[in-house]
Design a protein around this ligand. Structure first.
Ligand code: UTP
Length: 291
């Protein structure tokens, strides 16, 4: 069956962005001219997903509002003849069918995914963590869906990481490479020390998951950081059903940390013909001052 649903867990507290995230949803921070979350949603839609499921928390109302109609604003833009902006606002509100489900307490990523169970029925579904922004003509979710369609089972996006970064990610153990860049996963561990890591293949924020994951998440106890970890349930899943790992093609911008987010903004602004000179002028002026 075609993958139609994509779950976005967005109920985390965003502590690495405090104090900004005391009131503002991290997913609504701008990446050049759009909120971070919109990149992930567009990727899911471009990958053929038709239903977006957001798992939200208390401080995330602005995400719901962003994807909703704003009649007052639309009327004002229309009345002032700002047609292009008016149409852009309509386009955002009509972009996708979005369902919202609450995670009442931020008990971890695994728990957030479990909150989507009533909507996901008994189908395979995609999961996208919006902090990881992927920019590629061939969307990363689509790359995973193709592997699922060919091989069956669940699929995880992987990236080869430097040893010093291993302890930041879930790391997988590959049994073999079935084709270049596609691994059969037989084990995984969340945020290991680099000495105990089974490989340098790190799990990135895109998945195609079997509905069996819900049964495992129900029984999952808290792991690293006292949170119910998706990686722990996936570790059990790969003993029961095939789990594939795909070294994705494309560029990833880690917008989950202040440094990563700032760097992503600068890199993407440098690629925008209208903004490139803004960045270069600032950098040149700063360099001139130090000389
Ligand atoms: P992170 O580990 O990045 O946590 O979650 P966070 O709360 O967003 O940010 P920090 O670490 O405190 O700075 C990965 C993804 O899982 C979601 C987050 O919203 C993010 O998209 N998540 C995490 C939930 O939806 N619920 C949770 O209980 C935890």
């Amino acid at each position: 069956m075609k993958i139609k649903k994509c779950v976005f867990p967005v109920a985390g507290l965003g502590t690495r962005f405090l104090p900004v995230t005391k009131e503002l949803a991290k997913e609504m921070l701008p990446l050049v001219n759009r909120p971070i979350i919109s990149y992930g949603v567009e990727e899911a839609l471009a990958s053929g997903c038709e239903e977006i499921i957001m798992v939200t928390g208390r401080a995330k109302r602005s995400i719901e509002n962003y994807f909703d109609r704003s009649f007052e604003l639309e009327e004002m833009l229309k009345a002032r003849g700002k047609t292009a902006l008016y149409e852009e606002m309509l386009k955002i509100a009509n972009m996708a069918e979005i369902l919202f489900v609450r995670q009442r307490q931020p008990l971890g990523l695994g728990h957030a995914v479990l909150c989507a169970e009533p909507i996901c029925n008994n189908e395979f579904f995609a999961v996208a963590l919006p902090d990881d922004v992927f920019i590629n003509d061939d969307p990363v979710i689509a790359q995973l869906i193709r592997v699922h369609e060919k091989m069956g089972g669940s699929v995880i996006a992987l990236e080869v990481v430097e040893p010093e970064n291993i302890s930041r990610y879930g790391i997988v153990k590959s049994q073999f490479e079935v084709e270049p860049g596609v691994h059969k996963i037989i084990d995984m561990i969340e945020k290991p020390h680099k000495e105990e890591a089974p490989s340098n293949l790190a799990i990135m924020g895109r998945y195609v998951l079997s509905p069996r994951i819900f049964e495992l998440l129900h029984n999952q106890t808290a792991g690293t950081g006292g949170e119910i970890q998706l990686t722990d349930a996936l570790k059990t899943l790969c003993n029961l059903e095939p789990v594939w790992g795909v070294v994705y093609n494309g560029r990833r911008f880690d917008c989950g940390t202040q440094k990563g987010w700032l760097s992503a903004n600068v890199q993407l602004a440098l690629e925008d013909p209208e903004l490139r000179n803004v960045i270069l002028d600032v950098v040149n002026a700063a360099q001139a001052q130090t000389e």
